[in-house]
Design a binder for this molecule. Structure first.
Ligand SMILES: [Zn+2]
Length: 109
């Protein structure tokens, strides 16, 4: 994954949102990263601290929450945490969460 471009898009999204609210600064960005995305949270955190410097987000905190992978069988609704392909009922399981990256909220003032 390209953490730098991911981080840039997060920051851009935050800055656009701040502009919309005519905010003077960004305090916090809450981010959810699915454990199934292979995005390295450490890298995102590192890049964020670097690229936020010349923006109104310079004093902001990036709060990253890791969302565990969750899978569910569409037939018997049994849930799994590991990437098991076949359920006990012989039906392939579907991924219900853990494959997304979401900016949950942006705190501005
Ligand atoms: Zn099943």
């Amino acid at each position: 994954m390209h953490e730098l471009s991911i981080t840039q898009s997060i920051l851009e999204q935050a800055l656009t949102e701040a502009e919309k609210h005519k905010a003077k600064k960004i305090n916090k960005i809450k981010l959810q990263i699915g454990a199934g995305t292979a995005i390295a949270a450490d890298c995102v955190q590192f890049y964020f601290n670097t690229i936020k410097a010349d923006t109104i987000a310079k004093n902001s905190v990036l709060d990253i929450e890791m969302v565990p992978v969750k899978l569910r069988c569409p037939k018997c609704k049994k849930e799994y945490k590991d990437l098991e392909i076949i359920c006990d009922c012989k039906k392939g399981v579907e991924i219900v969460s853990g494959q997304e990256m979401i900016v949950e909220y942006i705190d501005v003032e």
